[in-house]
Write a protein of this length. Structure first.
Length: 353
């Protein structure tokens, strides 16, 4: 009971903080509307939030946990990336359970927000443990492996800990968002290779690390697996302007928009012509027929048995009809005559025998 009261007070405090930042409607949804009303009452008199207020908050010196919370609550909007390389503060640990409970309640209220809750938990872990962030850097680099101009990043694992991050870049590496025409083409090709080739959906990347002709995404995370459906959506989005509807599709279009801002001189339709002309399908790993026939001769053939025949649904349509089942012959033994006959028989047996 006491913990629930403390959590409620924290939510009210957060609502006041967001209202004063010009974001009065962030928590305006059930079942947290009571906190929003109190926060709006004690906060600044701002009736409507704007994209400019969201941008100011994401670029402010607010703690990363609150920025992660806002970015996942507003996952339909294109917001700046949250830098997961910085060290968490006591304020982050204070707001962490509050943000987690808010996103959890929102996910229970609407299943569309469940991916946002999972994404928050994953990125929060990377913020609190730099070894998890280093592992994410390696995963991003693995998705770009095989690309000739990929900038190598070496993780110094013995020097990494929960609070310390150690990475080595090649000499003369610079971090920038201003790319020349050649670098823009290389970055677009790298994004294409990661998404279409390695099925990695990049998000949360803020800048590019460059050294000579080599480059890579900096501060990037992988939102998830790029399924065949997501790849086909990108094809429709680029050719027909199809609007996103799911969490993954919104994250994909936001990543694409950020790529276009960094590479304004690149015609993606022409550069990705080969990848965009394909029709993607989820491939199921089906063993060859020769292998299955050979497996039939072993002790594992029981797992390859034919499935049991199922009753045809048409044979059960009579159960959907509304009728008095007591008149059915199958229930004849449940009539009153049979019942009283059995009662009399038991009485005679008990009395005379």
């Amino acid at each position: 009971m006491r913990n629930n009261i403390f959590q409620s007070l924290k939510i009210v405090r957060l609502a006041i903080l967001l209202a004063r930042a010009g974001l009065p409607q962030i928590l305006d949804y059930l079942p947290l509307r009571w906190g929003w009303i109190i926060g709006k009452f004690f906060g600044a008199r701002v009736t409507r939030q704007s994209d400019a207020a969201l941008l100011r908050f994401m670029q402010s010196d607010a703690c990363p946990i609150l920025k992660l919370l806002v970015s996942e609550l507003c996952w339909r909007q294109d917001l700046p990336a949250v830098d997961l390389r910085q060290s968490p503060t006591d304020e982050d640990f204070f707001w962490s359970p509050v943000a987690r409970s808010i996103l959890s309640l929102r996910a229970k209220h609407s299943a569309d927000n469940l991916p946002a809750y999972k994404s928050f938990m994953r990125r929060q872990d990377m913020l609190f443990d730099k070894r998890l962030y280093a592992a994410e850097v390696e995963a991003v680099q693995a998705a770009g492996s095989g690309y000739p101009d990929l900038l190598p990043i070496e993780i110094d694992w013995p020097a990494c800990s929960q609070t310390e991050l150690s990475m080595h870049f090649p000499p003369a590496t610079k971090f920038t968002t201003k790319l020349d025409s050649s670098a823009q083409i290389q970055l677009s090709l790298l994004w294409e290779k990661m998404f279409f080739g390695d099925s990695a959906l990049l998000s949360n990347w803020s800048e590019v690390a460059c050294s000579g002709e080599q480059l890579t995404f900096c501060n990037a995370t992988i939102s998830g697996h790029a399924s065949a459906g997501l790849k086909n959506f990108l094809v429709r989005h680029l050719h027909k302007g199809t609007s996103p509807s799911t969490y993954e599709q919104y994250r994909l279009t936001q990543s694409l928009a950020h790529l276009r801002r960094l590479c304004p001189q690149v015609d993606l339709l022409r550069l990705w012509q080969s990848s965009l002309s394909a029709r993607y399908q989820d491939s199921a790993a089906t063993p060859p027929s020769q292998y299955l026939q050979a497996l039939q001769q072993t002790d594992y053939r029981a797992g390859l048995a034919e499935p049991l025949p199922l009753t045809d649904p048409q044979d059960l349509t009579h159960l959907l009809k509304s009728r008095d089942l007591s008149r059915d012959k199958r229930f004849a033994n449940s009539s009153l005559v049979v019942f009283w006959g059995v009662v009399i028989l038991i009485y005679i047996l008990l009395k005379y025998f």
